[in-house]
Design a protein around this ligand. Structure first.
Ligand code: HEM
Length: 341
């Protein structure tokens, strides 16, 4: 979806775009891993010539490949704008509209559009995967959310939930917040520099120190979140804040902090809300069983590590809740895919 919003076209399977995107996302996760490159810790190493600084040669190659993809995508958007003269609705098109006013060059446009989808893809996908794992591990939570959905939308499977139902679905709202809390998709937080000298728990943090906020351990604070390892939406049910797409990002640190807090937080939170409530409405999600009928183990610690984190393949079963739910899902998909392609 983030790709579609950035460039106004879907990311097709087996396409050149997909290969490029996977290359970029892979590098992003690997290269932003704290400590991945010694030169970030010891900037003096940056004075080495290329033949001693293999990381620079590699970084240049990655940059060129990334730029090639990002520029091709935004140039394609500009061509479509010229060719059809129509009002192509996507982020890159709006950047082209503002090119003169904002003095953007091609590289600026390529990077601004590219970084939106680069930062918004793995985080959104990872959050959905954590949700699926939570539903396998906490079936009663899934049933409680489905009961709430059925009480508002009926059980006939004809009408999927939409944003206008959010206010009437407080348990689902709390469940989405708990997904952000229980297993944040960017658990290590992004590195920040401190603006000023600071003191924390007896440590002096000098100005311009790289500070890496560990969101995962903040979300495991016993004081703030009793029984933090348990997936428990109830902890967000007693909030006295009004339910809204925006407040999905409050009460946890899943979208970061301060000036650099995720600029896609509201889009990301609402994407996740609609995605998860529709999955809950349409599907039963549960464990896979072995031949003896015992559920296969699912371990939340079995996950990727890095700037973003998601579960490593785990067994689960997912099936439409009824034949009517399935018909509705297929019908909606037909409408959407025809409209977007
Ligand atoms: C569930 C979805 C998402 C999660 C959990 C998430 C989480 C985060 C986090 C933790 C940060 C670091 C903030 C900090 O430095 O304190 C961040 C940064 C960022 N996010 Fe998101 N994000 C999500 C979706 C999106 C989307 C949809 C977009 C764009 C369309 C986006 C664009 C960005 C950008 C550009 C940054 C870098 C901001 C900067 O360093 O100035 N994110 N995100």
């Amino acid at each position: 979806m983030v790709f579609y919003l950035s460039y106004g076209k879907r990311l097709e399977d087996d396409s050149n775009d997909l290969n490029g995107v996977l290359f970029v996302l892979d590098n992003f996760v690997r290269d932003t891993y704290p400590g991945a490159h010694l030169v970030d810790t010891f900037p003096v190493l940056d004075r080495f010539p290329d033949w001693l600084a293999w990381w620079r040669v590699e970084a240049r190659m990655k940059h060129e490949k990334e730029m090639e993809l990002y520029q091709r995508l935004v140039l394609e958007v500009r061509k479509k704008m010229f060719d059809s003269g129509d009002n192509l609705e996507c982020f890159a098109a709006r950047l082209w509209d503002q090119q003169k006013e904002m003095s953007f060059d091609l590289e600026d446009i390529a990077y601004v559009a590219g970084s939106a989808f680069e930062a918004g893809t793995d985080t959104t996908a990872g959050t959905v995967q954590w949700f699926l794992m939570a539903m396998v591990l906490y079936p009663d939570t899934m049933k409680a959310a489905q009961a709430e959905l059925d009480s508002i939308l009926g059980t006939d499977g004809k009408i999927p939930p939409s944003f206008s139902d959010m206010q009437q679905l407080p348990y689902c709202y709390a469940l989405v917040k708990e997904v952000f809390r229980w297993s944040p998709a960017a658990p290590g937080g992004f590195p920040h520099y401190s603006d000023n000298d600071d003191f924390y728990k007896g440590y002096k943090i000098n100005r311009k120190t790289m500070v890496i906020p560990c969101i995962w351990s903040m979300h495991r604070s016993e004081e703030e979140y009793p029984e933090p390892h348990r997936f428990n939406p109830d902890r967000f049910l007693c909030e006295d804040k009004p339910i809204s797409g925006e407040s999905l990002t409050e009460g946890h640190y899943g979208f970061g902090f301060g000036r650099r807090k995720c600029p896609g937080q509201y889009l990301g939170a609402k994407t996740i809300w609609i995605g998860l409530v529709r999955l809950l409405w349409g599907f039963n999600i549960g464990p896979e069983y072995d031949e003896a009928g015992n559920p296969l183990t699912v371990d939340p610690d079995n996950c990727t590590s890095g700037m973003t984190s998601k579960p490593i393949n785990f067994p689960l079963q997912i099936a439409p809740r009824s034949a009517e739910h399935e018909r509705t899902i297929r019908r909606e998909w037909d409408v959407i895919s025809k409209g977007m392609l």
